[in-house]
Design a protein around this ligand. Structure first.
Ligand code: GTP
Ligand code: K
Ligand code: MG
Length: 370
């Protein structure tokens, strides 16, 4: 019997060596599904034996939560302290931080929670280092800041691949795939628009997870990997961006080289930071705010003037319902209608319902039953 690692290698090699075409696509789909299943089981086993209780989940608070992900000693704690005034321990040795340390940052009226966590190392998805706890915290965040420093920017892909193995998909929309198991009737496959997968592939992938009866609905173009992700069901989709710390330690030429290299490999430039000197820390705050996708909604009481001084800060996509939920739990239940002035409506004072999607700077009146 080969070990799990050998088996994984074997399947990966076979996928590599099989040419993708109409005749082989379902076979490749089956192999990929098998691989995903074996890997997930290995992760689950490793995490179960990684010990260390329930981890140290921190309650989410504020208008959005950002987690600082990086190798040990890139300066996560130093940066948290700079951004929020928290007092997370800093040290020149790896694993100075052993738990989650939260901080709160006020920026442009938003109250943003920042989480400092232990360093992430290769094998984290399998529980190595503080992997189990770290991964659990990252999965719950609204935004990931991938932090490297000027000495290890080459290894950012290790962070990304550990997150990937842990079921975290960064900078991707969640594919629109619904798989509803049923008790008979085989696989019923419905599509909206060009999907890029055929029934044979879907059948082969689902069969690998012992699903032979299901209603499947796919909207838009998806890949086999997307479909396998949907089948596994435990994936999360989180936006992420890059920053490189400690730029005070290198010359301008090296900085430029790093920016070029990161841009080339990951499709977007990193923010070049010095948590020590504060260089670009204000820019980073702006980027965090922008990436969280906040909009401002001004509330206007019935018959009164809107409060233009204190907007409600909420993340996109924001519906009238999400505003109601943020204001008071009774609001949705007692909701009658609302009126909106601004970009999301055709005319001022337009009456809209709970599903209406609001835009930045809209003015909103909510009318409830007494
Ligand atoms: N030169 C320089 N050193 C920095 C900077 N930011 C942090 N450091 C130093 O780098 C070392 C590591 O900083 P930490 O904040 O402890 O790093 P960390 O990522 O939280 O480390 P772990 O918790 O161990 O994973 C400390 O000695 C810091 O003083 C910076 O911008 N420039
Ligand atoms: K450290
Ligand atoms: Mg730390």
């Amino acid at each position: 019997m080969s070990s799990t690692e050998d088996l994984i290698k074997e399947i990966e090699d076979e996928i590599q060596n099989t040419k993708y075409n109409k005749a082989t696509s379902h076979h490749i789909g089956r192999l990929k599904a098998k691989l995903a299943k074996i890997k997930d089981e290995a992760v689950t086993r490793a995490m179960a034996s990684a010990g260390g209780g329930e981890g140290y989940s921190v309650k989410k608070s504020g208008d959005g939560t950002v987690v600082l992900v990086g190798f040990p000693s890139v300066g996560k704690s130093t940066l948290l302290n700079k951004l929020t005034g928290a007092e997370s321990e800093e040290g020149h040795y790896a694993f100075t931080t052993l738990t989650v340390v939260p901080g709160a940052m006020e920026h442009k009226g938003a109250n943003i929670q920042i989480l400092d966590i232990p360093g992430l190392i290769a094998g984290a998805a399998m529980g190595k280092g503080r992997g189990k706890e770290v991964i659990a915290v990252v999965r719950g965040a609204d935004l990931i800041l991938l932090l490297g420093d000027v000495y290890n920017e080459k290894h950012i892909d290790v962070l990304i691949s550990e997150l990937y193995d842990a079921g975290i998909r960064i900078n991707r929309e969640k594919p629109d795939i619904t798989i509803k198991k049923s008790s008979n009737g085989g696989i019923r496959f419905n599509t909206v628009g060009y999907t890029g997968l055929d029934l044979e592939e879907i059948r082969a992938i689902l069969a690998e997870n012992k699903i032979v009866n299901a209603d499947v609905l796919v909207r838009g173009k998806v890949t086999q990997d997307d479909f396998i992700d949907a089948m596994m069901g435990n994936r999360v989709y989180i936006p992420a961006f890059f920053a490189i710390n400690k730029v005070d330690l290198v010359d301008e030429e090296t900085r430029q080289h790093i920016v070029k290299d990161v841009t080339k490999r990951f499709g977007r430039p990193p923010i070049m930071l010095s948590a020590h000197s504060g260089y670009n820390v204000e820019t980073l705050k702006d980027e965090i705010y922008d990436h969280l996708g906040f909009i401002r909604i001004y509330l206007k009481p019935v018959g009164g003037k809107p409060d233009m001084d204190e907007p409600l800060i909420i993340r996109k996509p924001a519906t009238v319902e999400s505003v109601c939920n943020k204001l008071h739990r009774d609001f949705v239940e007692k909701f009658r209608y609302s009126k909106v002035w601004g970009n999301s409506v055709k005319h001022d004072a337009q009456r809209v319902g709970l599903n209406h999607v609001l835009e930045d700077n809209d003015i909103l009146t909510i009318v409830t039953r007494a």
